[in-house]
Design a protein around this ligand. Structure first.
Ligand code: Z15
Length: 805
C-alpha cells in the first residue's frame, strides 16, 4: 500500500488522541504500541475483506492448516513490512522523536506453541499469504501461552505467560461465526423415514466455540489471509442448572498450552483441546461451503485440510461425522471426499511423541467419533487382511492394544503423508509407518521444512539486509534465490570484510542485549557459538556441555585458544526431570567458568532465560557457529539450522534432519560435519553392542570430563551431576553422546583454527547465506500446493530444486 511519512504522522497522532485523549508525548511505549497496532489494523481491514470476497467470488480452492500450535512472533513490524510501509512509519516515528524499536518491543510475543512445529505453522501462514495462496490457519486461542522461563539458583522456574494482559490488537472476535462442540453423553442411532440414520445425542456437554480471527498479511501483494483461533465459552442459553464449576471446566479447554514438545502425556484435557478446535474448524468450513452450495459433492474441489502432526487427526472422523450425520452423505461417498480433502504431516519418529489414546477415554469423551473410528477400523481390516495378513493389519489398524493410534488413523484417512526432511521421510517409510507404506506407497512423500527470510533477515538482521541491498540489489527480498548472486563476490576482499563487520556489529548488539537482560558482560570479539532449541536429550545440549568442560580443562592445563562464547536458549518441559537437570548443570558450569579468572579470558557460557521467537531474532544475527548436534536419525528436520545458516553462521552438525540438506546446499567445505551416521547408529541398535563405558575408558579427555560431573569440581550439582553421569554410564547413554564426543571435539578444533582466518571464514559464511534461499517457506508451501493440496499459487517461481524422498 502507499503511505507517505506525513500522512502517517497525521493519522498516528489522530489515532493516539482518539484512544487516549492525550498527546503522544504523554504516552507509554505500550500505549504507543496499541495506537500504532490499531492504525496498522485499519490499513489491513480493506485488503482483508477484499481477499475474502475474492476467494468467495472466484471459488478459489482454499487450504486450511490445522495446528494445535502457532508461534507467529510479534506482528506489528512484520505487518508493516509486508504492507510495504515499514520505512515510512519508522521515518514518521523518528520525526516525532519516538523510537520504533522500543515501540515494537512493547508487543507481547504470542507464545501459542512450544517450538519447531508451531513456528513452522506460522512460517507457512506468512508464506501462503506471500505467494498468494488461499491459506487459512485453524488453531487454539490459548489464554496463557508457553510458560515464561526464569532461573532461580540455576534451576528452571515456570511462570504463567499472561500474554493478553494488554489485549491482543490483531484479533477480531467473530461471535457470529461461533459453533457448538459436543462432548460426552451417548448417541442414539435411529433410522429415519427418508432412509438415512438419524443421530440423536443425549446428555452431552456442549461448548460454544468462538473464533477470533487474525490477519496474515502477504508480502507486498495485497493478500491478507486468515488465522482462526478458537476460544471455549459456555453456551449462551445454558439454563439455570449450569453451575460455575461447569463454566470453569469449559473455560479450561482453551486456558493453557501444554508445555510438552515432541512428547505425549496422554491427558484427557489435551484430547478435549484437540477435538475442540478440530470440530470447530470442520464445522465452520462446511457451514461456509454450504452457504453457497446445496450439496457436498464438490467440496473436495474447493477445500484442502492439512493435519499438522496428529493432534488434529480427529479431523478425519469429524468430517465423516458432519458429512454423514448432518449432510446425509453415505459412507463411501463421505470417505471418498474425506480422503481427497485430508493430508497429514508427521514431525517425529520418537516413540514417546506418537499419540495414542486409551479407548476408554476416547470413547467416553467422543462417543460418536469413536463409532466412526470403529467403522474406519472395521473397513480397513476387511479391505486389507486378505492381502497383507492378520498380523500386519493388527499392528497398524487404527484400533489396537486398547488404544486409538492417531498416526495410523491419520495415514489411513489422508491421500498424502509427508515427512519434513529427506532422511526423516525415508525413515518414516522404513520404521514408524513401514507397514502402511506397503499398503499405500503412493501417499508417501517428502516436504522439507522452510523458514521465512522476511522475519529472520529483513526484520531480524537489518545490518545484513542493508549490506545485501548494497551489493546484490533488493531482488532477494522478493525472491530469496537471488541470494545466489553473492557467489560472484566470493573473492571480493572488501565485501568479505564488510560481511565480517556486519557480523561484528550484530555481536555488539547482542552483547548489549545480554547485558541488559541478564546483566552479564560478554566479549563481542569472542566466537559466538549458539544452540537454541527446546531442551531435549536427543538434541544433545549435553554433548555441547561436555565440549565446554573439555575446553575448561584444556585451558586450566594452560592451553590457549580463541575465546568462545557459548550461548544457550532452551526451555525444558516442566515435567522433564532430566532436561531440567541439564539446565541446572549448564548454569553451574556458566558460573564456574565465569568466576575463574584463568578460564574466563578464553571461555564464557551464557544461558539466556525464556528463549522464544523474539529472542531468536536477536540471537541469530550474531551467531558464528550453529550447533545442530542431535543424534543422527532423531531430529525430524530442525529449522533453527536453516535460520542460522541464513545469518551466515557455520553449521556444526551431525548428519541428521535437514542438516543433510544444508550440507548438500553449501558443499562439504562450508559446513562442519561430525559424528555417527543414522546407519551406524541403526547398526548399534541391531547388533545391540553399544557400550558407552568403552568410550569412557578409552578416552582420557572424556574420562576427565565425565568425572567432573561427580567429583565436586562444579559447585552445587551433586544430584544432577550424578544423575547425568549415571544416564551416560550406567544406563548406556541412550543418545550416543559418548560415541560422538571425540569427533565433536575434533570438529570444534577445526572451527577454532578456521576462525584464525577471518577471510576464509567469511567466504564460508557467504556461501551459507547465498544458498539459504532454497529454504524459504515460500517454496515449501508451493510444493505442498502443487503436490498435495492441488491449489495453484502464482508467484514467485520455484527453482524446481525439490527434495523428494
Ligand atoms: C515439534 O516441535 C516437532 C515435532 C513434534 O512431533 C512435536 Cl510434538 C513438536 C518438531 C521436530 O522436532 C523438528 O525436527 C521439526 O523441524 C519441527 O517439528 C517442524 O517440522
Amino acid at each position: 500500500m502507499a503511505l507517505t511519512k506525513e500522512q502517517f504522522i497525521t493519522e498516528f497522532k489522530d489515532m493516539a488522541l482518539k484512544l487516549y485523549a492525550a498527546p503522544i508525548e504523554d504516552l507509554s511505549s505500550q500505549q504507543l504500541y496499541q495506537a500504532l497496532a490499531l492504525l496498522t489494523r485499519s490499513y489491513i481491514a480493506q485488503p482483508w475483506a477484499d481477499t475474502k470476497e475474492r476467494y468467495d467470488e472466484e471459488e478459489t480452492k482454499q487450504v486450511f492448516y490445522f495446528s494445535i500450535e502457532f508461534l507467529p512472533g510479534r506482528l506489528l513490524q512484520s505487518n508493516l513490512l509486508n504492507l510495504g510501509i515499514l520505512d515510512e512509519v519508522e521515518a514518521g516515528l523518528e520525526e516525532l522523536d519516538l523510537h520504533p524499536q522500543k515501540i515494537f518491543a512493547a508487543e507481547a510475543d504470542p507464545g501459542l506453541g512450544n517450538g519447531g512445529l508451531g513456528r513452522l505453522a506460522s512460517a507457512f501462514m506468512d508464506a501462503m499469504a506471500s505467494v498468494g495462496m488461499a491459506g487459512n490457519g485453524n488453531g487454539i486461542r490459548y489464554q496463557y501461552g508457553l510458560f515464561k522461563q526464569a532461573f532461580v539458583n540455576g534451576y528452571q522456574v515456570e511462570l504463567p505467560d499472561d500474554w493478553m494482559r494488554n489485549g491482543f490488537p490483531w484479533e477480531t472476535r467473530k461471535e457470529n461465526r461461533a459453533v457448538t462442540v459436543k462432548f460426552g453423553g451417548w448417541v442414539e442411532l435411529r433410522p429415519s423415514r427418508s432412509g438415512h440414520l438419524r443421530v440423536i445425542y443425549h446428555n452431552t456437554d456442549d461448548v460454544l466455540a468462538v473464533p477470533y480471527d487474525v490477519a496474515m498479511v502477504g508480502y507486498h501483494n495485497g493478500v491478507v489471509n486468515n488465522l482462526r483461533l478458537w476460544s471455549a465459552e459456555a453456551p449462551i442459553n445454558a439454563g439455570p442448572h449450569f453451575t460455575l464449576e461447569q463454566r470453569e471446566r469449559i473455560n479450561q479447554i482453551t486456558q493453557i498450552l501444554y508445555p510438552d514438545d515432541s512428547d505425549n502425556a496422554g491427558k484427557e484435557l489435551r484430547l478435549r483441546q484437540e477435538y475442540f478446535f478440530t470440530s470447530a474448524g470442520i464445522q465452520s468450513i462446511v457451514r461456509h461451503y454450504r452457504r453457497t452450495h446445496n450439496s457436498m459433492a464438490g467440496f473436495a474441489d474447493r477445500v484442502a485440510i492439512h493435519i499438522n502432526d496428529t493432534h488434529p487427526a480427529m479431523a478425519i472422523p469429524e468430517l465423516m461425522r458432519v458429512l454423514m450425520d448432518d449432510e446425509h452423505v453415505g459412507w463411501d461417498e463421505a470417505w471418498r471426499i474425506t480422503l481427497k480433502v485430508m493430508s497429514y504431516t508427521n514431525h517425529t519418529l520418537l516413540s514417546e511423541a506418537l499419540e495414542v489414546w486409551p479407548i476408554d477415554m476416547f470413547s467416553g469423551l467422543l462417543p460418536r467419533i469413536y463409532q466412526i473410528v470403529q467403522e474406519i477400523d472395521r473397513r480397513f481390516r476387511l479391505a486389507f487382511v486378505p492381502q497383507f495378513g492378520q498380523a500386519m493389519i493388527d499392528r497398524i489398524a487404527p484400533l489396537g492394544n486398547g488404544q486409538v493410534r492417531m498416526a495410523y488413523l491419520a495415514t489411513i484417512g489422508s491421500h498424502a503423508v509427508n515427512g519434513v526432511a529427506p532422511l526423516h521421510s525415508e525413515l518414516l517409510k522404513k520404521d514408524v509407518l513401514h507397514d502402511l507404506f506397503q499398503i499405500f506407497p503412493e501417499r508417501f512423500n517428502n516436504k522439507t521444512n522452510g523458514i521465512t527470510p522476511r522475519r529472520w533477515i529483513q526484520i531480524g538482521d537489518r545490518p545484513l539486509a542493508h549490506l545485501l541491498d548494497k551489493k546484490i540489489g533488493t531482488a532477494w527480498r522478493q525472491n530469496p534465490l537471488a541470494l545466489r548472486k553473492l557467489h560472484d563476490y566470493i573473492d571480493d576482499t572488501r565485501f568479505l570484510a564488510d560481511l565480517n563487520a556486519t557480523k561484528a556489529e550484530n555481536k555488539r548488539e547482542l552483547a548489549k542485549y545480554i547485558d541488559q537482560t541478564v546483566h552479564v558482560k560478554v566479549d563481542p570479539d569472542a566466537i559466538f557459538d549458539v544452540q537454541i532449541k527446546r531442551l531435549h536429550a536427543y538434541k544433545r545440549q549435553l554433548l555441547h556441555l561436555l565440549g565446554i568442560l573439555d575446553a575448561y580443562l584444556a585451558i586450566k592445563r594452560g592451553e590457549k585458544r580463541p575465546k568462545r562464547l557459548h550461548i544457550f536458549g532452551a526451555k525444558a518441559a516442566p515435567s522433564y526431570v532430566y532436561a531440567k537437570e541439564i539446565i541446572k548443570v549448564m548454569n553451574a558450569v556458566a558460573d564456574m567458568v565465569d568466576s575463574d579468572p584463568e578460564v574466563s579470558p578464553y571461555l564464557q557460557v551464557v544461558f539466556l532465560p525464556n528463549y522464544g521467537v523474539s529472542m531468536a531474532e536477536k540471537i541469530i544475527p550474531a551467531a558464528d557457529i550453529s550447533e545442530q548436534i542431535s543424534t543422527a536419525g532423531k531430529e525430524a528436520s530442525g529449522t533453527s539450522n536453516m535460520k542460522l545458516m541464513s545469518a551466515g553462521a557455520l553449521t556444526l552438525a551431525t548428519l541428521d534432519g535437514a542438516n543433510i540438506e544444508i550440507k548438500n546446499a553449501v558443499g562439504d567445505d562450508n559446513i562442519e560435519i561430525f559424528g555417527l551416521t543414522e546407519k551406524e547408529i541403526a547398526g548399534y541398535y541391531q547388533r545391540g553392542d553399544y557400550r558407552s563405558r568403552d568410550f569412557y575408558e578409552k578416552d582420557p579427555r572424556l574420562h576427565a570430563v565425565l568425572d567432573m560431573l561427580v567429583n565436586g569440581k562444579i559447585p552445587g550439582i551433586e544430584t544432577e551431576g550424578r544423575d547425568i553421569y549415571n544416564a551416560l554410564l550406567m544406563y548406556n547413554d541412550e543418545y550416543f553422546v559418548l560415541a560422538d564426543f571425540e569427533s565433536y571435539l575434533a570438529a570444534n578444533a577445526r572451527l577454532d583454527k578456521l576462525y584464525q582466518q577471518p577471510e576464509l571464514w567469511a567466504k564460508k559464511a557467504l556461501v551459507n547465506i547465498a544458498e539459504s534461499g532454497r529454504f524459504s517457506a515460500d517454496f515449501t508451501v508451493q510444493r505442498y500446493g502443487r503436490e498435495i493440496w492441488h491449489v495453484i499459487p502464482q508467484t514467485p517461481e520455484d527453482d524446481g530444486s525439490d527434495t523428494e524422498a
